[in-house]
Design a protein around this ligand. Structure first.
Ligand SMILES: C[S@@+](CC[C@H](N)C(=O)[O-])C[C@H]1O[C@@H](n2cnc3c(N)ncnc32)[C@H](O)[C@@H]1O
Length: 341
């Protein structure tokens, strides 16, 4: 004879399902479901707490918490990728689990469904101390010498080992390909929105992070910029679409890259602008064997704990109605840099 299940058993089944499903929901969906019953309210609350304690969803070395004493938004919602991803719609995920108690400790590619990093180097390989190049790992006057590490005569272009080398992530010439290794937090400012802050002393020259996000075609970047401009008009929307132009020594534009971290990105999407150049410098980093460079951020001076990390978004202000700048520097221009893409 079959027994009728007790309400208590049904309830624990609901809780188990909720623990599996709710981490995939957006904040709006989570808020709606939390209104349905006391148990789901409690689960949603603990998911919200976990989300606000680590923006990186466990992908980086240290948790990167949100702090907000301005309003009641506990965290900013976006999908996390530690490195660039191509933007073709079939490869970009619509959802990513975030806020489950067992979220940490997995390979990121597995959690960002359907997406492979264009620069991900899996496994450490046999030759963990350097790449396959003849002189890799030799100590020269200035320390490590590797033919893969070439400066093109321009301060802001750097080359690292990449997929065409036999080395793994431990190679000293892959400094920008590992996790974010400094302690950071994300703090809300009443006028600038969220910003990225140092949670430790960061020495001059230290690599901070790359600008990870979707790599767009220029056509798609233009389409999105139009959309973002319209959304920004209504306020409460912070686009994170960055266009990088690589110039030939002659000064003529040579290559253009469009990185969009608005929907999918990493912590770099929270770095605000400062008209005085801030405390970060940028470099385009090329890994041998890859075509697309990555934009990387380094400390351009010693940065104190609790200091905001900022850089200059550029010097061009083409739009007459640019957004107001609140960088607070003595050289503040009044409006944010803006350019039609
Ligand atoms: C890449 S996002 C930076 C993170 C952003 N504050 C957020 O809340 O997500 C760029 C946007 O941040 C805001 N922002 C950045 N720097 C600013 C500044 N100095 N003054 C005012 N707003 C700023 C603008 O809305 C800009 O479009």
């Amino acid at each position: 004879m079959s027994r009728v299940q007790s309400p208590r058993t049904d309830h624990s089944w609901l809780v188990q399902c909720a623990e599996l499903v709710l981490p995939w929901l957006t904040p709006t969906e989570l808020a709606a479901i939390s209104l349905t019953c006391k148990s789901l309210y409690q689960i949603s609350k603990s998911i919200t707490l976990r989300r606000s304690s680590d923006a990186s969803r466990g992908f980086e070395k240290f948790p990167i918490p949100f702090h907000n004493s301005v309003d009641d938004q506990p965290y900013a919602f976006f999908l996390y990728t530690p490195s660039q991803i191509p933007s073709s719609s079939s490869q970009c995920p619509q959802r990513q689990s975030w806020g489950s108690s067992s979220a940490a400790g997995h390979n990121w590619a597995g959690r960002l469904l359907g997406v492979e990093s264009v620069l991900w180097v899996g496994g450490s390989g046999d030759n963990v101390n350097g790449c396959d190049c003849q002189n890799c790992g030799e100590e020269g006057d200035g320390g490590q010498r590797c033919p893969c590490l070439i400066f093109y005569g321009l301060e802001d272009v750097v080359s690292e080992c990449g997929p065409s080398c036999g080395c793994g992530l431990e190679c000293p010439n892959r400094a920008t390909q590992r996790e974010v290794s400094v302690r950071l937090r994300i703090v809300k400012h009443v006028r600038k929105g969220w910003g990225l802050y140092a949670d430790q002393l960061i020495p001059n020259g230290q690599f901070i992070c790359e600008y990870a996000g979707e790599l767009l075609t220029t056509k798609e970047a233009r389409r999105r910029q139009q959309l973002y401009d319209e959304l920004a008009l209504g306020g409460h929307f912070s686009p994170a679409l960055l266009v990088v132009r690589e110039h030939l020594p002659s000064g003529k534009a040579c290559l253009r890259f469009n990185f969009d971290a608005t929907r999918i990105g990493n912590v770099a999407r929270f770095i605000n602008h400062s008209c005085d150049g801030g405390n970060l410098s940028t470099a385009l980093v090329r890994s041998s064997g890859t075509l697309i460079p990555r934009l990387c951020f380094y400390a351009s001076k010693d940065i104190e704990k609790d200091e905001e990390l900022t850089f200059s978004y550029g010097g061009v202000r083409l739009r007459s109605k640019g957004l107001q700048c609140f960088c607070g520097s003595s050289t503040c221009f009044g409006t944010l840099p803006s350019e039609d893409t």
